[in-house]
Design a protein around this ligand. Sequence first.
Ligand code: DQA
Length: 143
Amino acid sequence: MSRVLVLNGPNLGRLGRRQPEIYGHTTHDELASRCVGWGRALGLDVEVRQTNHEGELLDWLNDAADEQCPVALNAAAWSHYSWALYDACAQLTAPLVEVHISDPSQRPEEFRHTSVIAPHAAEVIAGAGIDGYRLALEFLADA
Ligand code: DQA
């Protein structure tokens, strides 16, 4: 089975409790087990990680670059301003999918309308809720 990393950034560990009107009621643990199940059905060995520490996410992306491992990335707020994340994504050679539960481009805050990940992403999936992760895994299974 091919390995895929699902990497989630800051505050996504509070899914289910954090602004459920925007992000829904599914917890991060539930999301992780759904991703593993969706992946298994697609022949993917999915590992899901979440961090509130930017350097940790950068380390994971550097490891993914070394391992040429496909990544589904929801970098949450870092997506909008982290140039270190831009650089980490630039070096990836396996496909990268940018995922957002909400659709940042449709939200009122101007800062959400920029993504440092999109220039390096083979696909961007936004606004599909938790199901967006399934769509990202389907994309990576076919890539
Ligand atoms: C998010 C959208 C971001 O703008 C926000 O900072 C998040 C979550 C999403 O999944 O919809 O934390 O990435």
